[in-house]
Structures are given as C-alpha cells and as structure tokens.
Design a protein around this ligand. Structure first.
Ligand code: SF4
Ligand code: SF4
Length: 394
C-alpha cells in the first residue's frame, strides 16, 4: 500500500516518518525499540479512519453492522460539500489513512470526487468494497482516483459459502471478477474474511485463495455481534476455544510470510503471537512478524475511529458509543477530548480479567464484544480463554 501518512514517530536515530519509512528502517536496521514505540502510539495519533460514506448497499449480508439495510442512497448521507469539509477536518487533525467504506461506497456517484479530494489533500485513501460492482470501467475509475489499496470481502473459499453469507447468488464470482479487474490494473489488493461458524473450517482454503489471486494481504476478522450480527450471533459466533485454535492456525500461516497477514478485531491474537513466539524462542520484530509487531490488538479510539454516514463519530464501526458529531464539533476536538476516547486510552481502566492481564497493553480485548455482553465497553473480552498470571496465583 502506498502509505504517506505521518506517524510523528520520534526516535533518536530517525526523523519523523511514515509507517512505511518506519517499517523499512526497522527491516534495514532490525530496530526493535522503534517498533515498541510505534506500537504504543503514546500520543494516540489518528492512524486510520473508517468512513461509512453511505448506508446504501446492493447486498444484505447477514452479519452487517447496519440495522436498516438500504438498497439506495440514504438522505442522511453527508453531501459532497460536507464530505470535503470532513476531509479538511481530518487533515487538520493528523494524516490518517482514510478508508472509504459503506454500505457500499461505490453506490455513491461522487465517491471518486471524494477520493480525489482526499488524495489531493495528502491523505492515503483505501476503498473497502464488496467488489460486486467493479467492472473494467469501474476499476479504472478507482485507479484514476488515486486509491492506494482496495479491500474486497470474501467470506467463503467457495461460491456457495460466500453467497449464502452475502445472501446473493453470484456475489462470489462477481467479487472475484472485481478483484481481478483491479489487480490487472496494478492495484494493491487485500482480502477481508469474516471468520464465523459457517467458514471456520476454510481458513487454509481462504489463505490459499488469497495467494492464488496474488493478493497483497489477507485480513481475517472475528465476528462482532452488532447490527444484523446480533441476530446471527448465536448461530455464527464460534466458541472462545475455537477462536483460540483458529488464531493459532493463522499465526502458523503468517509465519510463512508469503503475504501480509492481519488478524483484525481479534485483539487476543497479539497475546497468542507473543506466547507462541516465546515458546519458539523468537523475538518479535517486524522482520519476523511483519506489521503485527508494530501494532496492538484493539485500536478503537486510540489510533482508529469510525465515522457514520450521518457524521457521528464512534471508536469503531462495531462499538455504538457516540463520541461526537462531525457536523456539530470540530473533528480535532472530538479526537482529542471526547470522554469516550479518553477512557479507551487508559488500559488501567479495563475491567475483569483484561484489567489484570499482563498482555492488556498489547491486546486490550475487543471493547465492542465486551459492550455487547455487559453494556460496559471497558469490561473483559468475553471471547478470550486466557487466564492472567495474577488470577492463576489466587
Ligand atoms: S472494539 Fe476494537 S477489536 Fe472490537 S471491533 Fe472495535 S476495533 Fe475491533
Ligand atoms: S484477558 Fe483480555 S487483555 Fe488479556 S489476552 Fe485476554 S482479551 Fe487480551
């Protein structure tokens, strides 16, 4: 991914630079200290903004975070002008990667104007799409708009599994076609896979599919019961032990280093990674563990936020705790001072076993799953089987 965003990382031997700069520096110099400093993101710099550019979508996937699925643009979507103002506000706040998502972002007729505007303002822009609307002409428009990476959601290694989840026959084939159109034009491509009961046996097949498609990255995502996901939670959420197994499997695949891998919204992966590396006598550095060595589990409110199609700001797209509204307050103020974000930035306020866990600073547990389970987003992550050391001594 072309990555030009500034992390403002200060190290004795290095000037402030982009994530890419930091990564190359570490690769060249094996500078583990840098990765620790970066991971801690001491100043809570804004790294990634997920923006639901529209709530409209052509699919009605069974796990969608939205409750009201609209097959057309909604009147509440920010206008083009409001979108530009929002982008200006982002630039005043930092230099994050802006992920244009939805709904289905390609539903918006002005999406390419918005992407170009953000790129011209110096932001790195990524597009998260279901891929089904990407034909040759659309692929060219995406490339011409200056988008740096496109992620396409593939939730099954075969058409039947994916189409059942996405509730549209033919969506797998269309997503793969969309992927190939973009790949042919040289776009950096990422595959996002939501792992749940219906496809948990397909992890290796999904990984091989990503390799066969020559994707740059595969990100697996652990289901969060929000929006439509609540309705399928009982049927689709894996038992915590099974998630532990899958995340271990993913760790093994990651070590092949054939493709960028990331376990998203599976914060305890970062605990598993450390446990496994210790067992194997390996020191975690970007050389051995890629970008995973430089980040932490849950980034909601500490490096990442989500902005809804109406302009509401949330810690992430799955944690429905409002931190502000971009049309009512300067975004910079929300990011800096929102009480919700301030709380999320204090791992010492974590409750239950997360609060006493020796891995809390690299993991933090999923705040959205904690919220779903207890109504308290600082409560313990309900899908982690780990018993912190201190609890073991009681
Ligand atoms: S709370 Fe954190 S881990 Fe959970 S869904 Fe949001 S960003 Fe992902
Ligand atoms: S107990 Fe909480 S902080 Fe510790 S590894 Fe599990 S989810 Fe992470």
């Amino acid at each position: 991914m072309k990555n030009t965003h500034d992390t403002n990382l200060n190290t004795p031997n290095m000037k402030e630079g982009t994530i890419k700069d930091v990564y190359s520096h570490i690769k060249d110099h094996g500078h583990a200290k840098v990765s620790h400093q970066y991971m801690r993101n001491v100043k809570n710099q804004l790294r990634l903004v997920f923006w639901e550019t529209t709530a409209g979508c052509n699919l009605e996937c069974i796990h969608c975070r939205r409750l009201d699925v609209s097959t057309q643009l909604t009147k509440d979507d920010m206008t083009t002008e409001e979108s530009y103002e929002f982008i200006d506000a982002l630039v005043e706040t930092g230099n994050p990667i802006l992920v244009l998502s939805g709904g289905e972002p390609l539903f918006r007729p002005d999406i390419f104007d918005i992407a170009k505007y953000a790129v011209n303002k110096g932001l790195t822009v990524a597009l998260a799409t279901n891929g089904t609307l990407v034909d040759e002409a659309m692929a060219k428009k995406i490339v011409d708009a200056g988008v740096s990476r496109v992620s396409i959601s593939i939730d099954g290694a075969d058409a039947e599994t994916h189409d059942n989840f996405r509730k549209l026959k033919g969506s797998f084939e269309r997503a793969i076609e969309g992927f190939n159109h973009l790949k042919k034009l040289g776009m950096s491509m990422q595959i996002n896979c939501t792992i749940a009961k219906h496809n948990s046996h397909q992890l290796h097949d999904l990984y091989n599919l990503a390799l066969n498609l020559s994707a740059e990255a595969i990100h697996i995502f652990m289901l969060v019961p929000v929006g439509c996901g609540v309705e399928i939670a009982d049927d689709q959420m894996l038992e915590p032990e099974r998630y532990e197994y899958i995340l271990n499997e993913f760790y093994d695949l990651s070590k092949e280093a054939k493709i960028q891998t990331k376990a998203t919204c599976s914060p305890h992966y970062f605990r598993i990674m450390r446990q496994r590396a210790k067992e194997e006598g390996i020191t975690i550095t970007p050389k051995t563990h890629g970008m995973a060595a430089m980040t932490k589990g849950c980034l909601a409110g500490t490096g990442v936020c989500f902005v809804s199609h109406k302009g509401e700001v949330f810690p992430c797209g799955y944690l429905p705790v409002n931190a502000g509204h971009v049309k009512k307050q300067p975004f910079k103020e929300i990011w800096k001072d929102s009480p919700v974000f301030m709380k999320l930035r204090e791992p010492d306020l974590l409750g239950g076993k997360c609060g006493e866990c020796e891995y809390k600073k690299v993991c933090e547990g999923c705040r959205a799953r904690a919220f779903y389970e207890t109504g308290d987003y600082m409560a313990e992550e309900p899908y982690c089987i780990y018993k912190p050391k201190i609890a073991k001594t009681r």
